[in-house]
Write a protein that binds this ligand. Structure first.
Ligand code: FAD
Length: 468
């Protein structure tokens, strides 16, 4: 570093921070980004990408096991965990390398160390070579989140894992208790059940995936059961009876006792706002440590912005990025505001889930009268040809003006398909607009077109109601 005076200093180089730094540089600002661990943050190192790399391997294993149905004989299918992990690491390392290059190409100084903000709004960094002060005109906080821990469990025990620990396992556990049936717990259940791990999933609420649409959650539960995953709802761990080097024994709220080699706690995230000096600066936070921001992603203190998981709300990488870009525009003299009504959210289970906007329950809460129109992948040629004819597309349509307000998709490539609906919503399109768009045959998006047609009783591949 030749100079320690910057227009913008970004703290945290995850999917919130590094795009914010690049956008500031693109807008002509002199920028530094501080990172205490790995560039790429949770997403690239301990979240989105490593889980999807593992899922790519386990989905291939599952497909290979079904090969005979497709007229292909494959013998000796043998998962090699060490090789699966090595591939995952290679994918991660390549992406992290790409970000390092992008930061450099944009003239951004990367400072390795833990940052905090001083009373004069400069950024103090504890580096391996001592303390450094970066003079900052504006600061963007993008410090993300860490796995939340439960006091019931001693995380120093080898049998107790966070999602970060689960990604670093050196072998496939024989048995696994997953506490929490949300997105992360469900993705790990898919990974390890394909690899032969015996899984019991515990959920405090009355259904798995409690934040998802109820129809999606119900069908997912039956799919998980078929995959051999034992899901126990309205159940949690009351106490740990025994920690061993090779396992754990717990007592459940149902009174049952359960033993497993490992236990994964996936109950949510803890916001990384402590130790940044925010209380001293008067930056407003809520009781859980989420930083409060306005639509410009500015905190209660002028010139200090925040984005990503640390501001709470929708804890997803692409939300973090969009928030970071809004913060960057505003920190460099622009005028941008953050909008949240079209944020696709995907769960990479088998089958996948993709959702965007409102579901019927949320529409009812907001007093909006909607039509819910569905089309099943079981009636779709492409899904059948792929051997993935399960699940459905569900469109939520404003009953007054036909505008598409949301979608829930469960089935093959749901995480890709949901973007057609997201774009339609962004363009304020109606179900009629989607139905009037010629979709290629045979393709999975035809299911979206058919669901839109069904809203007007015009779907060709849905039988009309029987005449009495
Ligand atoms: P983070 O990615 O957490 O990055 C924050 C960075 O700040 C970290 O690198 C941290 O080291 C650094 N930092 C913290 N404090 C300091 C400090 N004081 N000084 C310097 N540096 C600091 N989201 C999706 O959209 N799709 C998915 O498929 C998906 N899968 C996931 C799977 C798992 C297992 C997990 C755990 C999460 C997943 N997520 C997924 C969520 C996604 O990873 C997060 O929403 C996203 O990473 C948040 O980005 P962020 O930049 O706000 O924070």
């Amino acid at each position: 570093m030749s100079d320690t005076k910057y227009d913008v200093v970004v703290i945290g180089a995850g999917p919130g921070g590094y795009p914010a730094a690049i956008r500031c540089a693109q807008r002509g600002a002199k920028v530094a980004i501080v990172e205490k661990e790995n560039v790429g943050g949770t997403c690239l190192n301990w979240g989105c990408i490593p889980t999807k790399a593992l899922l790519a391997s386990t989905e291939l294993i599952a497909k290979a096991r079904e090969a005979e149905e497709f007229g292909v004989k494959i013998t000796g299918i043998e998962p090699d965990w060490t090789a699966i992990q090595a591939r995952k690491q290679k994918v991660t390392d390549t992406l992290v390398g790409g970000i390092l290059q992008l930061l450099k190409a944009n003239g951004i100084d990367l400072v390795a160390g833990a940052a905090s903000i001083s009373a004069d709004k400069n950024v103090a960094v504890k580096t391996a070579d001592g303390d450094v002060t970066l003079e900052a005109d504006k600061v963007i906080i993008a410090t993300g989140s860490d796995p939340a821990e439960l006091p019931t469990f001693d995380f120093s025990q080898p049998s107790v894992m966070t999602s970060t620990d689960a990604l670093a396992l050196d072998h496939v556990p024989k048995s696994l208790i997953i506490v929490g049936s949300g997105v992360i717990g469900s993705e790990f259940a898919c990974i390890f059940s394909t690899l032969g791990t015996e899984i019991v999933m515990l959920e405090l609420m009355d259904r798995m995936l409690p934040t998802e649409d109820s129809r999606v959650a119900k069908q997912m539960r039956s799919t998980f059961r078929k995959q051999g995953i034992d899901i126990r709802t309205e159940t949690t761990v009351e106490e740990v009876l025994e920690y061993r080097d090779d396992g754990i024994k717990v007592k459940l709220s149902s009174g049952d006792e359960l033993e497993a080699e490992k236990l994964l706690v996936s109950i949510g995230r803890r916001f990384n706002s402590a130790g940044l000096g925010l209380e001293e600066l008067g930056v407003e936070m809520d009781e859980r440590g989420r930083i409060v921001v306005d639509q410009a992603m500015e905190t209660s203190v002028d010139g200090i912005y925040a984005c990503g998981d640390v501001v709470g709300g929708i804890l997803l990488a692409h939300t973090a990025t969009f928030e970071g870009l809004v913060a960057a525009e505003n920190a460099t003299g622009g005028h941008a505001t953050m909008q949240y009504h079209v944020v696709p959210a995907c769960i990479f289970t088998t089958p996948e889930i993709g959702s965007v906007g409102l579901n019927a329950d949320k529409a009812a809460e907001q007093g909006i009268e909607v039509n819910v129109s569905r089309f099943s992948f079981g009636a779709l040629g492409k899904a059948m040809a792929m051997g993935e004819d399960y699940g459905f597309v569900q469109l939520v349509i404003n009953a007054k003006n036909d505008q598409v307000l949301g979608a829930q998709i469960m089935g093959p490539h749901a995480s890709d398909l949901v973007h057609e609906v997201a774009m339609a919503m962004h363009m304020k399109a109606t179900a009629e607009d989607i139905a009037a768009t010629i979709h290629a045959h045979p393709s999975l998006p035809e299911a979206i077109m058919e669901a839109a047609e069904a809203a007007h009783g015009k779907a060709i591949h849905v039988a009309p109601p029987r005449k009495k």
